[in-house]
Design a protein around this ligand. Structure first.
Ligand SMILES: Nc1ncnc2c1ncn2[C@@H]1O[C@H](COP(=O)(O)OP(=O)(O)OP(=O)(O)O)[C@@H](O)[C@H]1O
Length: 411
């Protein structure tokens, strides 16, 4: 067995799935992944099904998908082309395309009863990312290598060739006479990744090859995992949820090293807002400073305050003042009103809601969090405010609880 075959099989350990999907763009990395997986299938590895995403962004993309389909037909593997209507996307297009790709792949896998999907990131991708992050001044989290597997949308995505170099994978394809598609953006030096690739080639004579940098990034990933595990243990001890707020015991928080304290805050903000991307480093440093000083500060629509021996993270009223959702639907990404009868609307209590609910202090929430907390309204009239102590037949269910927060500390 070649080293590449061994590495690929080692990724799955003793219990590989019976069947799995492979995401193949037509580039060398994912084509080599496909061939390695296909050889394994003959020797008892998972049965394969392949998908290519046509993002509709380059004219050649359709032809490349058709080329992958032909190749799969030759290998006796089922192939599907998934199309994305990228016209609707705004903002950062490559990022939107990447997110859409994972969403489409997860949906495709679920439709075909596949719980695992392999993608072709390599050690070169890790090394290029490492250089790009160095250039941005990233710390441990940014420099750590990408995960070799993660769950999303009910599917586990695998990177079985993450420790292998691109050159070796290309040799594997050449030996089999397989041609791959070269994405023209790979030579376009307006892309940071292309410049990182060029820089990497220049660093090789120093002994700083892709494999060396990828090995360092893998060590940093192990360190990141260890810190995440410690942060989670600390949070289990000192954090709790009250209403929709997250609280940490202040004495314990103050005694934490900055690195752990920062992780507790970053995960708290992500938990509250549902955003995947952490705040910028400078903003986060200021937030940590405010936490240390017990000073009020707002970040990404969340408010940090020091109240009665606790640090309290709450939703900012301004961030949710305009949000409306029919009862039964999800409000602010994390609340659902149930139990009452008839149609109603969920919206923040705000000043009008608190006026309509004079006993709101009975709910135990401070004034700011009470303003931002959800109430149930009908035609502009408040009919229930369960978090402010007035249930009136309605319940408000928090869809992300403490466990979700704790899990984010490991992510
Ligand atoms: N159009 C596509 N169709 C199917 N799979 C794809 C497609 N594009 C990428 N992939 C899968 O994702 C893997 C990584 O590709 P690529 O490096 O372009 O991904 P990315 O996540 O967009 O990149 P980045 O590393 O810049 O975040 C490929 O090896 C392949 O398995």
């Amino acid at each position: 067995m070649s080293g590449a075959e061994e590495a690929l099989r080692a990724h799955f350990g003793a219990g590989p799935p019976d069947a799995m999907g492979v995401a193949v763009s037509g580039g060398s990395d994912s084509l080599a992944l496909l061939h390695l997986m296909r050889d394994w299938q003959d020797e008892g590895g998972p049965a394969l099904r392949v998908a290519t995403v046509d993002h509709g962004l380059r004219t050649e993309a359709g032809a490349e998908a058709a080329q992958v389909a032909r190749l799969c037909a030759g290998l006796g593997v089922a192939h599907d082309t998934l199309r994305w209507d990228g016209q609707a996307a705004r903002g950062n297009l490559p990022d939107a395309a990447r997110r859409a790709r994972y969403r489409l792949l997860a949906g495709w896998a679920r439709r075909h009863g596949l719980r695992d999907v392999a993608i072709g990131h390599t050690a070169d991708d890790v090394a290029e990312t490492f250089l790009m992050r160095l250039a941005r001044g990233s710390g441990l989290d940014g420099l750590a290598a990408m995960r070799d597997r993660w769950r999303d949308g009910g599917v586990t995505f695998h990177r079985p060739v993450l420790t292998l170099g691109r050159d070796g994978l290309r040799d594997h394809l050449r030996a089999r006479g397989v041609a791959w598609a070269d994405d023209p953006t790979n030579d376009d030096t307006t892309y940071t990744r292309t410049r990182a690739r060029v820089a990497l080639a220049a660093l090789a004579p120093l002994g700083l090859g892709a494999d060396t940098l990828a090995a360092t990034a893998a060590r940093l990933r192990a360190a990141r995992t260890a810190l995440g595990t410690c942060a989670r243990r600390v949070a289990e001890e000192i954090a709790h949820v009250d209403g929709g707020d997250l609280l940490w015991r202040r004495d314990d928080f103050d005694a934490l090293p900055d690195e752990i304290a920062r992780r507790l805050l970053v995960a708290g903000v992500a938990w509250m807002t549902g955003r995947d991307y952490p705040p910028r480093g400078t903003a986060m440093a200021a937030f940590l400073g405010a936490a240390r000083a017990g000073r009020r500060m707002t970040l990404q629509g969340c408010v940090l305050s020091a109240v009665r021996g606790h640090l309290r993270l709450s939703r900012e009223y301004r961030a949710v003042a305009g949000l409306r959702a029919p009862s039964g639907a999800v409000w602010d990404g994390r609340w659902r009103a149930t139990g009452g009868t008839g149609r109603a609307t969920v919206a923040a209590l705000g000043p009008a809601g608190l006026r309509a609910c004079p006993g709101w202090r009975a709910g135990g929430l401070p004034h700011g969090p009470a303003l931002a907390s959800p109430g149930v309204w009908r035609g502009g009239t408040l009919i229930a405010a369960p978090l402010a102590g007035w249930e009136n037949g309605w319940r408000l269910e928090l869809l992300r609880g403490l466990d979700d927060y704790l899990d984010r500390l490991l992510a």
